[in-house]
Design a protein around this ligand. Structure first.
Ligand code: HEC
Ligand code: HEC
Ligand code: HEC
Ligand code: HEC
Ligand code: HEC
Length: 374
């Protein structure tokens, strides 16, 4: 082989390698992009992580945010969040494969994207004003499924810094707090920052020994949407709430005697498997057949429809594989089932400023009042 041929072959090889390399890079970039897009898709979270996150995915699908993708809240857009979430997401994939993940998945999520950036893509409480009315319709577990209607106006308010009012005042203002436990259920200290940077401080008088200024400095957090709306989309409703809703919507016929009680007996407390829950719901038919034979003939279609709906409620409340039920995750939006607003209100007392010793307001009417509807 002469030198010219060798050189030509060498050049060809080099060209081929460059060409292959370029194609490879294109594929890599495209493939990588596809992979990243796929990892961000709701299908990836919901289906691949089906086993781990099926409780969150199931209740998400029937929540007000069912059309907002997982990534929109958990990842966000922009290279910085992409890198961060993929890096922190990798260990999750490994523990999923190795089957060593926590059951239930612990909350709060440490690396959730800042709420102000996520939620405010779509909601701006600064622009809200006034009160919103919530009508709660509930039913007693008696023969008639007696209906009760309770109407409350919530002082949701809103507004920017100086004029912020009512419940959404907390985000118009700058409210710092110190959680004393990982789940942020125990709050020891609060500091409200004024426009001049000065703090009005509040403390839990029973926990003062733990409230060193160093700890406050290192561990304080700025209050945001998630400190109240931590169950904005993974809303684990109890069978009781779901049955009440189904009765109100007419999916369960409220003229069926004891239907609320029968549903509750089947589903609360949580069953150890979905098939167990479904079998108990199915048995409601035999109950009517035996105890209300004539009604069973007349209302067979309504009974069948109620059973179908109760099976759906079983699906939304039974997550034994992940040790999750409606009692697992605390909802901070209220103060009935968990401390919520009362983590601070009525508990912490002012330690600086003009009203030293005064507790953060817990007067019922500051937050809501009842309305009598005609
Ligand atoms: C509207 C915003 C939003 C969307 C959409 C969303 N999440 Fe979440 N997610 C949250 C919030 C808020 C938390 C609780 C954060 C906290 O308490 O720190 C959370 C928590 C979680 C947790 C931790 C366990 C728990 O229940 O607290 C998992 C797992 C999770 N989400 C998975 C998903 C999956 C899978 C999807 C899509 C199918 C999804 N999320 C969609 C807002 C969202
Ligand atoms: C991509 C848009 C989008 C994002 C991001 C988003 N939401 Fe929403 N949210 C909606 C829409 C749309 C509705 C109304 C759904 C309906 O009425 O069915 C809604 C409803 C709500 C409601 C009222 C629920 C109810 O029961 O009436 C609350 C509270 C809420 N969102 C809080 C949040 C919080 C907190 C976050 C951040 C974690 C968030 N949202 C992120 C679009 C969004
Ligand atoms: C101090 C607690 C608290 C904080 C902080 C908070 N909210 Fe709310 N928000 C509430 C309460 C309470 C309601 C009314 C109760 C309900 O909707 O269940 C509400 C209602 C809402 C609604 C429903 C309004 C409607 O007309 O139905 C939206 C949307 C909302 N908040 C978004 C946000 C966003 C976004 C943030 C953060 C920027 C935020 N909230 C911060 C407590 C809070
Ligand atoms: C981290 C502590 C903390 C939590 C949690 C908290 N608040 Fe507050 N809230 C405060 C502080 C501090 C003030 C201002 C001091 C005061 O009013 O006594 C305040 C003030 C308010 C006000 C009066 C605002 C105004 O118009 O001046 C309302 C209404 C209110 N909170 C409602 C709620 C509701 C509803 C919740 C639960 C969903 C809640 N808060 C949870 C700390 C908290
Ligand atoms: C710091 C604000 C705040 C104060 C003070 C407060 N509440 Fe509430 N309360 C709430 C919020 C927020 C909810 C949830 C409303 C909703 O989502 O419908 C609620 C819900 C309730 C509910 C209904 C629970 C349910 O699931 O239907 C009752 C009952 C109630 N409050 C009674 C009281 C009484 C009585 C007082 C006075 C001792 C009081 N509240 C003081 C904020 C407050």
């Amino acid at each position: 082989m002469n030198q010219a041929t060798a050189q030509r072959r060498h050049r060809e090889k080099l060209l081929f390698l460059m060409f292959a390399g370029a194609i490879g890079i294109v594929f890599l970039v495209y493939g990588g992009y596809q992979l990243i897009a796929f990892m961000d898709s709701t299908a990836f979270c919901g289906v691949l992580c089906h086993k781990v996150m099926y409780p969150e995915y199931t209740v998400y699908q029937v929540s007000p945010h069912s059309r907002v993708s997982c990534a929109e809240c958990h990842v966000g857009s922009g290279a910085d969040y992409l890198v961060r979430s993929k890096v922190t997401g990798i260990p999750l994939v490994f523990v999923t494969l190795a089957d060593t993940y926590d059951r239930p998945i612990p909350t709060p999520v440490e690396n959730l994207r800042p709420a102000r950036e996520t939620c405010e893509q779509c909601h701006r409480p600064e622009k809200f004003t006034g009160d919103i009315i919530r009508i709660h319709t509930t039913y007693l577990p008696d023969e008639k499924n007696t209906k009760k209607v309770d109407t409350r106006a919530l002082r949701v308010g809103g507004g920017e810094f100086a004029v912020a009012r009512d419940i959404h005042w907390h985000i118009g203002a700058k409210v710092w707090y110190l959680p004393l436990d990982k789940s942020r259920q125990e709050i020891g200290w609060v500091g409200v920052e004024g426009s001049n940077g000065q703090l009005i401080e509040y403390a839990d008088p029973k926990r003062t020994a733990e409230l060193t200024s160093q700890r406050i400095q290192d561990e304080k957090r700025l209050m945001d949407c998630m400190d109240c709306h931590n169950r904005a989309t993974h809303i684990f409703r109890s069978p009781e709430e779901l049955i009440d809703t189904a009765l109100t919507q007419g999916k369960i016929d409220s003229s069926l005697p004891f239907i609320k009680k029968l549903g509750l007996d089947a589903l609360d407390p949580p069953n150890s498997s979905l098939s167990e829950a479904i079998a108990k719901v199915e048995a409601i038919k035999s109950y009517y057949q035996a105890s209300y034979a004539q009604l069973y003939q007349e209302k067979k279609a309504a009974i069948d429809a109620a059973v179908v709906e109760l099976k759906e409620i079983a699906r939304l409340t039974t997550f034994p594989d992940m040790n999750v039920s409606w009692q697992t995750y605390r909802d901070n939006i209220s103060h009935q089932e968990s401390p919520g607003c009362f983590r601070c209100h009525g508990k912490l007392v002012e330690t600086t400023g003009v009203q030293t010793g005064k507790a953060i307001d817990a007067d019922c009417k500051s937050c809501h009042y009842s309305l009598a509807l005609p």
